[in-house]
Design a protein around this ligand. Structure first.
Ligand code: CDP
Length: 787
């Protein structure tokens, strides 16, 4: 029998390779677009060429007459079935196909179903739509002006573009602290609109069986169970007759959390034609019409003593939500977890007020590789703290060390009500300084400044809140944010664990096998991980916001412990001793004081299913199921140091070094963690230096292709230097915190702080992303304009 050797302890095993990679490196991944079914039809969507217009008429006659075309459907046709509008994940409604008006460039207007993809795309050209162009609302700063055109005329009584207001913290207490502070620093800080841009775009294959009334939907979703329930509620299909399969996913990053009109169109098309229907969007469709991220205009204010003790932080945010509020966040948190904007610091007071508005842009506000707006929050606090360091003439590291929360303050309740579970911040920052050689870097910078060279050193320290969430506080459209897990051990001691979360490339098939292996002693290679199929996995809310490890990882550990408890009773019968006389060692139960008398988990599995009696009252089989409701979020943290050089002649920023020290509590798979961090850092450098979805004054999207929306490649990033500290979560069964998004959250401020530091000789305290050569050049000339 195989047991686990000591040097291969599953959790923390540094050499454990990814179980899924043999299939990926051989090109055997099976993505949505790989699904081929007999008689399958193809769907293409006609999108609005303009940002804001009334639809006067749509003529589909020529498209319908095209050979190979099976159906052409407009918003008016959907409206007849009550399907023209659907709820968003934020309790707003969004048009599946436009009926009255188009509200952003790229909005879905009609769809064609044809025998092949080419015919479907060609037929789109024959649909004749007459638009009555309306003035678009593009600038978020003027969206609430009294004369601004009203976008959401579909909402009864709506007379402006106001979406929602939100506040957190104590306004009066914060005001009082600001009044008595020695130093107050104010800065306007923009986090521009960016896009998750996963390698695989969004798509679906819908297969409605008219005989048994069952719908099978393969779709690029990060949350198959939640999507299934919402389809049942919206379309009125019985939930047990819907099977959502999320096959291999080519990156999600929050982009695949919302339900997009394309998914609904594919379902409708399959029901109408009685055939399987595939819809796959192309790159431009993905960039111009699916969930954007960020788009916050923030005024940050920080109050401190002359000696650099931070007293309070205050912010006012203007949030651009696009044409429909498609944010994916727990219902009680319309601004996501932005409330953690007080960061990692010991403050006396904090306050945030936010106004969200509608504009003629694509909807979204998705958690792009972050836990619901934490990226924006961390960027705000880490930028404003650097502005304070600038005004005080203090080293940014010294200022942070003076204000970081101390280990004895945990669990720490922030001034906006978040309970940080655990943290030991100073060693993490000191480790980053050690790896970077911080003092030496500052000496090098001083010498270079004397020579007129532009070298910058940027620091950021972040605390994330991941693992949504306790269901008493968190739900998405009424679905509580908990996760199920089921574990079955087969008679021969092999096992299958079924998860409600869904990997999109982050290695769950390996790490969840490791968690279970650690608890029940079956080697990871003997444990299969099943996910992404609502017919074959327990209910749960899915993977986003780094919630898999904090929630589903905890579920996996606990379900394995439940199985182990049963195995102990069976072992006591096999060894004829009481359960109290058994020790659990290396995948076997041993009689206390008599190591020669033992049974392995594999022996027990066979007995659980085999002939002969089991201890009194025990059912056969070795399996368990649970639904885990976390008692709190987990709060990973990290310290990042970035070194940049700016060419004074071209203003090109080169990231020369980047040190990232992360603390995600117990580390399950160090290699996978490192991969997650490398990816997140690359994302962060992209956002800081080159990514932005911009619009012209007519509302045309200027980031509709990868020629315009730049994403970083290996050429733009350095060899990452990573390190770690370990502060386990006290409430997670194995002490693990999430890590998938830490680097995307922590790196943009480090890069921007480094660029601003390099520009210090020009008297620059702040510059907005993306720090492209032209923007840096203009900033050097004193002409910085926010995006
Ligand atoms: O929800 P998502 O999977 O995107 O994020 P995560 O829970 O932070 O996990 C990302 C990957 O890192 C998974 O494969 C985790 O199992 C792994 N991980 C780990 O090995 N140790 C941790 N403490 C946290 C995550």
């Amino acid at each position: 029998m195989t047991t686990i050797e000591n040097d291969q302890k599953p959790v923390g095993h540094g050499r454990m390779l990814r179980k899924e990679d043999p299939r990926f490196v051989r090109g055997r991944g099976r993505y949505c677009d790989d699904v081929q079914l007999n008689g399958m039809l193809h769907l293409a969507i006609l999108r609005s060429p303009v940002a804001h217009a009334r639809i006067v008429s749509i003529d589909t006659t020529a498209a319908e007459a095209m050979p190979k075309v099976k159906a052409v459907v407009t918003g008016a046709a959907l409206a007849e079935q009550g399907l023209a509008w659907m709820p968003t994940l934020s309790n707003d409604v969004q048009a599946v196909l436009a009926t009255d008006k188009v509200r952003f460039q790229g909005q879905e207007v009609a769809f064609v179903v044809a025998e092949d993809r080419y015919a479907a795309r060609d037929a789109l050209e024959l649909i004749d739509v007459e638009y009555d162009i309306l003035e678009p609302v593009v600038d978020v700063r003027t969206a609430l002006a009294p004369d601004a055109p009203v976008i959401r005329t579909d909402l009864e009584g709506k007379t402006n573009n106001h979406c929602f207001d939100w506040e957190t913290g104590d306004q009066k207490a914060t005001e009082d602290v600001f009044k008595r502070a020695d130093v107050v620093v104010t800065e306007d800080i923009v986090y521009p609109r960016v896009h998750p841009a996963p390698m695989e775009t969004c798509g679906a294959v819908a297969d409605y069986d008219r005989i048994d009334g069952k719908l099978t939907l393969w779709s690029t979703t990060q949350a198959p169970h939640a999507h299934r329930t919402l389809y049942a509620l919206v379309a009125g299909l019985p939930e047990h007759k819907i099977r959502v399969i999320s096959p291999d996913i080519g990156g999600g990053f929050g982009n695949k959390v919302p339900i997009y009109p394309g998914y609904v169109c594919a379902i409708v098309a399959s029901i109408v034609t009685g055939k399987p229907v595939k819809w796959m969007e192309d790159r431009s469709e993905n960039l111009i019409s699916t969930g954007f991220a960020r788009d916050y205009i923030m005024r940050g204010e920080i109050a401190a003593t002359r000696e650099g003790k931070i007293l309070a932080i205050r912010t006012n945010v203007l949030a651009d939500h696009g044409a429909f509020n498609g944010t994916a966040a727990p219902v009680k948190y319309p601004a996501g977890f932005f409330g953690v904007f007080t960061g990692s610091y010991d403050l006396e007071a904090a306050y945030c007020s936010m106004t969200a508005v509608y504009t003629n842009k694509a909807p979204g506000g998705v958690a792009y590789a972050c836990s619901f707006r934490i990226t924006e929050a961390v960027y705000l606090v880490e930028r404003i703290v650097d502005c304070l360091a600038y005004d005080l003439g203090m080293d940014p590291v010294e200022l942070r060390l003076k204000n970081l929360l101390k280990p004895e303050q945990f669990p720490y309740t922030s001034k906006t009500g978040w309970v940080y579970d655990s943290g030991d911040y100073e060693p993490t920052l000191r480790e980053a300084m050690r790896i970077a050689g911080y003092e030496e870097l500052r000496r090098e910078q001083a010498l270079k400044r004397e020579r007129g060279e532009l070298m910058g050193i940027g620091v950021s320290f972040f605390t994330e809140a991941v693992g949504a969430g306790p269901r008493k506080d968190m739900d998405i459209l009424g679905l509580g944010m908990a996760d199920g897990c089921e574990l079955r051990v087969h008679p021969t001691g092999k096992a299958v664990v079924r998860l409600s979360v869904q990997t999109q490339g982050q290695g769950h098939e390996t790490t969840f096998a490791q968690i279970v292996a650690e608890e029940i002693g079956i080697p990871p290679a003997d444990i299969d991980v099943v996910h992404g199929d609502t017919d074959n996995t327990p209910f749960g809310l899915g993977t986003y916001g780094s919630r898999s490890t904090p929630v589903s990882g905890a579920a996996a550990a606990l379900v394995a412990r439940k199985v182990r408890d049963k195995a102990r009773i069976i072992a006591s019968g096999m060894l004829e001793v009481s359960v109290a006389d058994l020790d659990w060692v290396k995948g076997a139960f041993q009689v206390k004081g008599d190591p020669g008398k033992s049974v392995t988990i594999q022996d027990i599995a066979m007995r659980a299913h085999g002939a002969g009696d089991l201890p009194e009252g025990l059912e056969g089989g070795l399996e368990a199921q649970i639904c885990y409701n976390p008692s709190n979020l987990t709060y990973p943290h990290g310290a990042y140091i970035c070194v940049v050089d700016i060419d004074p002649g071209t203003a090109v920023v080169k990231v020369r070094r980047f040190v990232a020290v992360d603390d995600c509590g117990t580390r399950i798979n160090p290699m996978i963690i490192e991969g997650q961090v490398h990816g997140g850092l690359t994302d962060g450098v992209g956002m800081a230096l080159m990514e932005m979805i911009g619009f012209d004054e007519d509302g045309n999207c200027l980031g509709g292709s990868l020629m315009d929306y730049l994403i970083p490649t290996a050429l733009e990033v350095p060899d990452w230097e990573t390190g770690f500290t370990v502060t386990p979560s006290p409430h997670h069964p194995i002490g693990a915190k999430g890590v998938g998004e830490s680097a995307t959250v922590g790196s943009p401020p480090a890069v921007v702080n480094a660029v601003v530091d390099a520009l210090k000789p020009f008297g620059i305290r702040h510059a907005d992303m993306p720090l492209t050569p032209s923007r840096v050049w203009e900033t050097m000339q004193g002409n910085h304009t926010p995006p």
